[in-house]
Each structure stands twice: as structure tokens, then as C-alpha cells.
Design a protein. Structure first.
Length: 454
């Protein structure tokens, strides 16, 4: 990609970007001390803070948020009277899951097949590097024309709400004229896309108890209520036969009227095995952007290796519910909790604990900031027009910021296109996407400054 000074500058900075992303990926920054030491997140936060100081950011601080994690803040003043833009990313990552299934170590950036592999390369350590590249390119081409605030969250993947609560308690800290959330992705690699909607989420932990202790399955099985079997039956009640989500009282028939997701493309992106059907009804876009979906993301039960012939006394599961725009996550949480309490078989004792929650989000894509971004993406992706799509994932901070700063425009871009396989094994980022989106962000900041000056 050549022909524009910003493009050429970003291209020249890519080797440095790769080296920095390699350093950042090396931190095992899963925001759950039961999985990795807290020091890994603290190390990543310190790295981010040092990077901001190197770029002449002021007031750089590690914010101790109420959930016990740290978010990193910095401010780069722009010309007098210039608008303020908030750039967001997060340095915490999902656990690597089955490390043996990774083709290269998950916390060691590895180049393969034209992509950079490693946990967090796309989601969302790469998003922070994207912000740095954009700012460096502007500095090299006349200076940054806006005031910039950067906030890099430390617990986005856990959904524990630390930064949301901190922002609410310090409402002036993140105030901005426009906000760029660098945590989504293009609909497809090479197709410039802004995300116009996000599903919210609720995360519940449910426990069933049926016996005072495990029993011999030969002596008691057949009459003794098995907690694991009860859990399986309870979780099955959350889906219809076709796989549609069926939570009592929760509407699940909304339709998506924007950019569509062809089923054959989805099957390829999701790597669905031949002969296996997709779940749910309606278009793919309906199912993943406009309707709720429930997923059992964890279940405690005896592993196959070492299991004993026992009737289980207790069972526990973690259930995630994605909540589409137009629905309220708090109300969805109440409905899901009531469903779990009502559908436990055999009078099993049920307890439900809320672990995390975030509201859905819908952006105003007709706002001036989106026009500035469309112009920028037209340069960064020659011959392509900016598209808007939904995203099934959640970024709880979006609604917090929208509530705190109702006049601010919020744009969502990022590196998590389908090939990135975020949250799965062998996550990767396309360096071409990183380069082009960094160009787009730099040009957006320049376009936006001009639009506000007129």
C-alpha cells in the first residue's frame, strides 16, 4: 500500500510494531489469578504505560479498578481548540485453552502463512499497537491534530466491570468528543468495516446439589438423583431441538436488516465439520447479531481419565447468554436465572451466581465521525467502501461511555476479522490488516480534526 505519506510511514514502522507486539504477547495476561499469576497482568500494564510515556503522553497512570485489575490511562494534548478523541483497547486476554492444540506457543508471537500467531495478537493487544502506529505516523507527518486520550483495559475478557465502575466514579476522566473502540474487526479481511451493534452478555454460574455425597453407582444408581444428569437435563432446557435459544420469556425472533452473512461463508469461517448442521433459524446474521444465544462455557464434572463408578452429588456449570440490541441485559439475567431455578429436575437444590454482565450497544452510523472514517478507509483500502456490520460479542464499556458522554460519537473498528480466530486456539492477526487499519485510524484523526474546525 503506497502513494500516501501516512501509508508509507506506517509501512516503515511495521517491523517495530511486530517487535513490540511480540513483547506484549509474551505476557500471560489472563485476568484470572486462578489461571495465571496476577503479576503477568501487572507486567503487561507496566509495558503499556511505558509505551505511552515513550510517545510523550502525559498523566500516564495505572488505574486500580474495583474488580482488582489495572487499566492504563494517558493523555496526549493536541493543538489549542482541537477536539479530543479517546482510543480504547485492552491488554488482558482469554486463556489459551488447549495449549497442545496450538501449532506454536500461545504466548510467543510466531509468523506463519503470512500471519502473526499468538494469544492477544488480534484481541486486543494488536489493537493497542494499531493506536500507536496511527499516532506515530501522524507525528512523522506534521503532528497529531487532536488531543488524544488512551485507555487500555485490564479485565475486558472477564466481564467483571472494573473499568466501567471506575469511569462512573471518575466521569471526567474519559470524556471525549469521539471514541474509537479498537476491539472489533472487519467483516472479512480486506473489507473495511465499522461495527454498528454489539450484543450484550450475562454470565451466570449455576450449581445443583442432590445428595450429601457421591454414591456407588452400582449400589444406588437408578434411584439416587444424579446431580450431573440433572445438570445435563437443565442445560438442555435452554435450547430447542433445532438449537435455538429458549429461555422462558426471552424474545428470540428479531431480524437483521443490514449486511448479510452467507451461510457458506459462515460455515467456512466457523470451520463447521462436513455434514454438521448450523443451529437456530433465520439468516446467519439474525442468529449472531440480532438474537440472544446461550452457551455453556464450562462445566465441572469428573474427567474421563480417573473417573469412578459414582452417582454425583453436585454439579456446576457456567452459562453465557448474549443479549442483542433492543433487549436489556439486566432483564435477561433475571429471565435466565428464573429459567434455571424453574427447570431443575427432581427437586434438585439450585443456586445461581451472577459472574458478569454488560449491556448491548447500537451506534449512530450517520454521525460526522463515521463520514470521516469512511473517507479514511477509502484511502487505506483503495477501491473499497466502508461497510457496517453487527458483532455477536460484547464490549460492556461501550454502553457505560455512551451513558456518561451522550454527545460523543463512538466508532468500533479492529483486527478481529474471522481468520483471526479470537478466543480459540491459534489466534492470529493479519499484518496487512494491522497496517491498513493503522493508516485508516491516522487519516480518520486528521479528517475528524478538519471536520470539527470547519
Amino acid at each position: 500500500m503506497t502513494g500516501h505519506p501516512i501509508s508509507e510511514t506506517v509501512a516503515s514502522l511495521m517491523p517495530r510494531a511486530k517487535a513490540e507486539l511480540t513483547e506484549l504477547v509474551a505476557f500471560q495476561s489472563v485476568a484470572d489469578p486462578a489461571v495465571y499469576p496476577k503479576s503477568e497482568c501487572e507486567g503487561a500494564a507496566e509495558w503499556v504505560a511505558a509505551a505511552l510515556r515513550t510517545e510523550d503522553f502525559q498523566d500516564v497512570a495505572l488505574l486500580d479498578t474495583p474488580d482488582g485489575t489495572q487499566s492504563v490511562y494517558g493523555f496526549l494534548p493536541g493543538p489549542a481548540g482541537a477536539p479530543t478523541v479517546l482510543l480504547y483497547a485492552h491488554y488482558d486476554v482469554q486463556p489459551p485453552l488447549d495449549e497442545a492444540a496450538w501449532l506454536s506457543p500461545p504466548f510467543e508471537l510466531t509468523e506463519r502463512d503470512g500471519r502473526w500467531f499468538g494469544r492477544g495478537t488480534a484481541d486486543c493487544k494488536g489493537g493497542f499497537i494499531m493506536h500507536l502506529l496511527a499516532l506515530r505516523a501522524l507525528k512523522a507527518d506534521g503532528g497529531v491534530p487532536v488531543s488524544v486520550k488512551v485507555i487500555v483495559e485490564g479485565s475486558e475478557e472477564q466481564g467483571t466491570g472494573g473499568l466501567e465502575r471506575y469511569a462512573e466514579a471518575h466521569p471526567g476522566l474519559l470524556a471525549a468528543d469521539t471514541i474509537v473502540i479498537g476491539d472489533t474487526g472487519n467483516f472479512r479481511a480486506g473489507l473495511p468495516t465499522v461495527t454498528s451493534t454489539l450484543r450484550g452478555m450475562t454470565l451466570l454460574r449455576v450449581r445443583l446439589d442432590t445428595l450429601e455425597g457421591n454414591l456407588h453407582s452400582g449400589q444406588f444408581g437408578g434411584a439416587a438423583p444424579d446431580a450431573l444428569a440433572a445438570m445435563i437435563q437443565l442445560l438442555a432446557s435452554l435450547r430447542a431441538e433445532d438449537g435455538s435459544t429458549t429461555v422462558d420469556g426471552l424474545t428470540a425472533d428479531e431480524a437483521w436488516d443490514g449486511l448479510q452473512y452467507p451461510e457458506e461463508d459462515f460455515r467456512k469461517d466457523a470451520k463447521v465439520l462436513d455434514g454438521v448442521e448450523l443451529v437456530g433459524t433465520g439468516t446467519v446474521a439474525d442468529r449472531i447479531w440480532a438474537r440472544p444465544s446461550v452457551t455453556v462455557i464450562g462445566i465441572d464434572c469428573p474427567p474421563v481419565v480417573g473417573s469412578t463408578p459414582s452417582v454425583q452429588a453436585s454439579a456446576r456449570a457456567q452459562v453465557s447468554l448474549r443479549v442483542p440490541p433492543g433487549q436489556n441485559a439486566e432483564e435477561a439475567t433475571k429471565l435466565l436465572t428464573a429459567h434455571l431455578l424453574a427447570h431443575a429436575p427432581w427437586g434438585a437444590k439450585v443456586s445461581v451466581e451472577q459472574v458478569g454482565q454488560g449491556q448491548p450497544f447500537r451506534a449512530d452510523i450517520a454521525s460526522p465521525a463515521y463520514t470521516a472514517m469512511a473517507d479514511a478507509m477509502r484511502v487505506a483500502y483503495p477501491g473499497q467502501e466502508m461497510q457496517s456490520s453487527g458483532m455477536g460479542g460484547s464490549i460492556p464499556l461501550c454502553n457505560t461511555l455512551a451513558g456518561l458522554y451522550p454527545e460523543a460519537e463512538i466508532l468500533l473498528i479492529g483486527l478481529s476479522e474471522p481468520e483471526a480466530q479470537i478466543h480459540a486456539v491459534n489466534e492470529s492477526v493479519s499484518p496487512d490488516e494491522l497496517e491498513r487499519l493503522s493508516v485508516a485510524e491516522a487519516l480518520f484523526l486528521r479528517n475528524y480534526a478538519v471536520s470539527k474546525a470547519v
